[in-house]
Structure formats: structure tokens, C-alpha cells
Design a protein around this ligand. Structure first.
Ligand SMILES: [Zn+2]
Length: 460
């Protein structure tokens, strides 16, 4: 049988990344993400996978984000016993993320049962914290740029993709062919992460993400945008709530807030990073000094560490998080998840949205069907834990802080090989991004393209 790839997620959507490669009589799964956002997408998390977990020979993860990894505990629960390859930093981050994802599922089910808002009785978690912890045992860390066998006759190499710490795009070699799966791609002008490494020459196909395929990012300096929205909210005594993932996005945010404070453009208000995995990310960034632009000797300085605001409080315990409900402004709360689909930020939004002086600042991509998208589109109220919460607080979004490259960055990366790829397969985008990207691939790069459809099997 000719080798093929089947798109089991992140096809005409930005979540649930999952691609099954059949080659050399083996099956290799690239990514094992969770679907998020729209209800019929989320329901796919519960549906049986169109594969036999016992027969999969190897799994690869490009980076730690849950929409690329959060399906793993379920795959393992259903019988997958083989290795799961990722980079060392990704393994490190997953040690925080996968147990937390299980914990969130348990909390959600517990809350639904307590308040009685679920249609299922009792509501069950997709998987538990314990399942998340068990999944970690199958992770195998691999260095960048070092080829390894993901299955018999399928070789893989991770290359830095600049998206978040540990993120990679993966080159796969089988039956005389070479393809690349981009994972999520970073931009070329990120303050903390380096840009993606060039695309290898002469590939047979490239699967590329198209999250921002339809958008050129607002290149007005991020710090100007942050100051413009945050300063007035703090002046009126408001609390600024920023939904963001605990490591990575929060780190970049703290970096910019610190610079604004150092230049006197932002007052020294308390900044709370509220997450059960709220670690001081400094330690992780020190350990992976080669992967980013920050200087490790500066990171080690307790006074001048560039990724902490002047008054940063890491809030780990649930009871300390609850205390923040009584906090009076001016203050800033950064809390996960980034699209307000789950996590402690949901409680903060519930508490702060009804009050006019507060500000909710959206700093990343908000997928269709998420609370973040509803807020971005100006919804007058939002449903949380079965309650309808009025939106009276100011809601604003800023561009340029995303860990994804914009359409210019994606085109630049696709054009970075001396010998161009034979074709481009567009994945991980919503329709607008996919259409815009396909036009640019065709007109500017003069390459044939294909837009991946959910469940489609595509010959390689
Ligand atoms: Zn990502």
C-alpha cells in the first residue's frame, strides 16, 4: 500500500491536532491533541478514534500545548503502550500540563455534578490527573536535529520551530519520501523565542499550520498596545484579567510588563500569576538557555530578572486563588486557560466581568466557540458554570503577542528552502485563514496546495 496521511484533527479547525501516517506497514501518530471550542468539536474528544491504539507503532508530539497533546492520556488509557517522542523541554512542560489537564477535567465534572448543569448524570471526566501522570511515563525525550526511528522504517527529526519552549517541526522519512509537519510555527520577530529554522530542501510535502493565515499582525509595538489599555484601567482602580497559559505566554507578558515598569510607563501594581502550575518560569528558561533570546546570567539575577514584573506573586494554592476574589484594584491577574475554556481564569472572569472599571485583555488566538472568542466579538453576556454573567467590564484584544507567526512569517518559512517543497498541505486553520493562505501559496510561492479535510486520507 502506498504511504498516506489521515487528518484526524486540526483540519478546518485549530484544535485536536492528530495526523496518522501509514507507511512501511507501520502506523505513526503525529500529535494527539484535544479538541476545544465549538460543542461538536469537543464531542469528538469522546468519540472512539478511527485507529486501534494497540496497533499504533509510535507517537510524536511537536510541542506541549494541550490542543496538540491533551488526547494522549485517553489514547494510553485505551491501550497505546508504545513510546511518545518529544523534545526535552516539551517533556518538561508536559510534566506540568498533562496532570493539570486531567485535574481540569475532574474539576469540570465535579462542578457540573454539584451545580447540576450537565445533561449527563453523573458527568464524568474525559480522563483524570492520575491518567495524565501515567501518560508521562511513556514520553521519550529526543534532541533537536538528531534522527531517530519513530517506527520501523519511519525516521523522524525535530527542528526548532520558534513557537514556545521545546517546540519543533518534524521531518519524517519513509519509503524514499521526506515530508515535514510544521506543528505550530513561531514568528520571526518574537521578543523571547527565536524564529523557526529554515525548511529542509526538496521535500515531497509540507503540512503547514494556518492559524493566522488570513492575518498580518498589528506590528504596532506590543508595549504601546499594552500600556494603552492597561494604564487607564489601573487608573480607574480596576482589576485587569488576562487569560494566558502559565508558561510561555505568561513569560512573554511578564517580560513586557517589566520593561514598561522599568521605563516608567506602567505603575508598580501587584501582578498575580494564578495557576496551579504557576511556577517561576525563570528556572525552566535558565535550563534551556540555547532555545530563546533571553540572557541566562540576567535571568539568574533576583532583582533584574527580565521575566518577572516588579511585584509578581505566584499563586499556586486553590485557597489563595479564592482570596483573589476579594482583591481590590488596581492590580493585574494573569490566569489560564488562554481562551477561557477552563481553569481558574473562568472564576476570575465570573467575578470581574460584571464590573465596569475592570478590563479583560485578550492576548492570544481565540478559537471559534470559546468564551474568549465570544468576549472578543462583544457578547453582552457569557455562560459560565451554568450561570449567565453580564459583560460590563471593558474587553480589549492586542496583537503581536501571539506565539504563532502571521501569514508573512508562514510564507517566509515555506519559502526558506533552497529547493522548494513539491506541495503544501494546509492544516490547523479556520476557513478564513486556510483560504487566504492557499491563495498566497499559489500566487507568491507558485506551489500546488491542498486543504486538509477532517478524516480524509491523503496519499503521500
Ligand atoms: Zn501551540
Amino acid at each position: 500500500m502506498a504511504p498516506s496521511i489521515q487528518f484526524l484533527g486540526a483540519a478546518r479547525s485549530v484544535t485536536g491536532s492528530k495526523f496518522l501516517i501509514r507507511a512501511s506497514e507501520q502506523e505513526a501518530l503525529v500529535e494527539c491533541g484535544l479538541f476545544q471550542g465549538l460543542k461538536d468539536l469537543r464531542q469528538r474528544n469522546w468519540a472512539p478514534l478511527p485507529l486501534d491504539p494497540v496497533k499504533v507503532d509510535g507517537v510524536l508530539l511537536t510541542h506541549a500545548h494541550i490542543d496538540h497533546t491533551g488526547g494522549l492520556p485517553r489514547l494510553i488509557k485505551q491501550g497505546y503502550q508504545g513510546p511518545v517522542y518529544c523534545t526535552t523541554a516539551t517533556r518538561e512542560l508536559l510534566g506540568l500540563l498533562l496532570p493539570d489537564a486531567g485535574h481540569l477535567q475532574e474539576e469540570e465534572a465535579r462542578y457540573a455534578n454539584k451545580e447540576g448543569y450537565s445533561k449527563h448524570s453523573p458527568a464524568l471526566p474525559l480522563y483524570t490527573r492520575e491518567d495524565g501522570e501515567r501518560a508521562l511515563l511513556q514520553l521519550k525525550a529526543v534532541d533537536y536535529d538528531r534522527p531517530f526511528d519513530v517506527a520501523k522504517g519511519i525516521e523522524a527529526v525535530f527542528h526548532p520551530s520558534g513557537h514556545i519552549l521545546g517546540a519543533a517541526f518534524v521531518e519524517l522519512r519513509f519509503e524514499g519520501r521526506r515530508i515535514v509537519c510544521s506543528g505550530d510555527l513561531g514568528g520571526y520577530s518574537n521578543a523571547v523565542m527565536r524564529g523557526p529554522t529554515p525548511l529542509p530542501d526538496g521535500l515531497d510535502a509540507v503540512l503547514v499550520e494556518s492559524t493566522y493565515g488570513g492575518r498580518k499582525q498589528d506590528h504596532r509595538p506590543v508595549e504601546d498596545q499594552l500600556a494603552e489599555h492597561i494604564v487607564p484601567a489601573l487608573k480607574r482602580g480596576g482589576v485587569v484579567v488576562i487569560p494566558a497559559f502559565a508558561v510561555g505566554r505568561t513569560t512573554v507578558l511578564l517580560y513586557h510588563l517589566r520593561r514598561l515598569q522599568d521605563s516608567g510607563r506602567l505603575p508598580d501594581v501587584p501582578v498575580y500569576v494564578d495557576s496551579p502550575m504557576a511556577t517561576d518560569a525563570t528556572e525552566i528558561y535558565c535550563r534551556f538557555g540555547k532555545e530563546h533570546n533571553l540572557k541566562v546570567d540576567l535571568l539568574r539575577s533576583s532583582k533584574d530578572c527580565p521575566i518577572r514584573a516588579r511585584t509578581t506573586h505566584m499563586v499556586k494554592k486553590a485557597q489563595d486563588s479564592k482570596k483573589l476574589n476579594d482583591l481590590d484594584g488596581p492590580a493585574i491577574i494573569i490566569s489560564a486557560s488562554g481562551m477561557a475554556t477552563a481553569g481558574r481564569v473562568v472564576h476570575h472572569l465570573k467575578n470581574r466581568l460584571p464590573e465596569k472599571r475592570n478590563l479583560v485583555l485578550l492576548v492570544g488566538y481565540q478559537a471559534a466557540g470559546t468564551r474568549g472568542r465570544a468576549l472578543l466579538e462583544g457578547t453582552p453576556s457569557v455562560k459560565m458554570h451554568g450561570e449567565v454573567i453580564p459583560v460590563r467590564a471593558q474587553v480589549r484584544a492586542i496583537n503581536g503577542l501571539s506565539a504563532h507567526g502571521d501569514s508573512d512569517d508562514i510564507i517566509r518559512w515555506l519559502g526558506s528552502a533552497k529547493v522548494p517543497p513539491k506541495k503544501v498541505v494546509l492544516v490547523h486553520g479556520e476557513n478564513e485563514g486556510l483560504e487566504a493562505m492557499s491563495k498566497r501559496v499559489s500566487s507568491e510561492l507558485k506551489l500546488p496546495y491542498h486543504i486538509a479535510e477532517y478524516m480524509e486520507t491523503y496519499p503521500l
